[in-house]
Design a protein around this ligand. Structure first.
Ligand SMILES: O=C(NC/C=C/[C@H]1O[C@@H](n2ccc(=O)cc2)[C@H](O)[C@@H]1O)c1cc([N+](=O)[O-])cc(O)c1O
Ligand SMILES: [Mg+2]
Length: 214
């Protein structure tokens, strides 16, 4: 039967990238998406903004919602200091399998834990299962209608501390209007929009960075 897009993406990485070289894995995926098949990775333009925010925060604990094939996982993991605790959540087991191979190809398998399951189920388990008290940095890039319920879940589970940074992809396209409304109007967050474009296109999109103030 026909291969899947994530499988073809992995093949492109194995063909074009250099084992153990995260930059070449990132470039191979961007090349694949620009010249072969579009895929919903955060991409190079928004990825550079992601890089700058991760570097600025220099987090000790990181959570990513929506591993997909591991593109942003590799972007984040390559910037982290040794000893940083990085967890990424992926609902689709087929994507977990591909992502783990792409992350390993980049040589970053020891920097991040890919956990299979849904954010709604896993976020409340962060403390007991992974010994996390709070997250310094959270990247939201999963189902857009889960952004709002999940930020409220972070609050309820006491997983945010003064200064915790949340960075959300796709707040314009496909869009997360309720999430935007919440973080921009809540007195508990200081929010800022980073304009960019939908990965590999000229369509407007951007990232919303929200700092927890409580
Ligand atoms: O829909 C989008 N993203 C949804 C991502 C979903 C991913 O998150 C996982 N997940 C992990 C944990 C969960 O709890 C739920 C899902 C899913 O299994 C999937 O791997 C999207 C769409 C466009 N687009 O142009 O159409 C562009 C983008 O940049 C996007 O991110
Ligand atoms: Mg996205």
């Amino acid at each position: 039967t026909r291969s899947t897009r994530p499988q073809r993406m992995l093949k492109a990485v194995q063909k074009k990238a250099t084992k153990g070289d995260p930059e070449s894995v990132i470039s191979a995926i961007d090349y694949f998406c620009k010249h072969s098949e579009w895929a919903m990775n955060v991409g190079d333009e928004k990825g550079s903004i992601l890089d700058s925010v991760v570097t600025e925060v220099n987090p000790s604990t990181v959570l990513e919602l929506g591993t997909y094939c591991g593109y942003s996982t590799v972007r984040i993991a390559r910037l982290l200091s040794p000893g940083t605790k990085f967890i990424t959540l992926e609902f689709n087991p087929a994507n977990v399998t591909i992502a783990r191979q792409i992350i390993a190809y980049a040589g970053l398998q020891d920097k991040v834990t890919v956990v299979e399951g849904s954010s709604g189920d896993l976020i409340p388990q962060m403390k007991e299962r992974f010994g996390i008290t709070t997250f310094d940095f959270i990247f939201l890039d999963h189902w857009k209608d889960r952004y709002l319920p999940d930020i409220k879940l972070f609050e309820e589970c006491g997983l945010l501390r003064k200064g915790s940074v949340l960075l959300a992809d796709n707040v314009i396209c496909p869009g997360a209007p309720e999430y935007l409304e919440y973080v921009r109007n809540s007195p508990r967050y200081e929010s800022r929009y980073y304009p960019a474009h939908l990965e590999y296109t000229k369509v407007e999109d951007g990232l919303e960075k929200s700092v927890f103030l409580e």
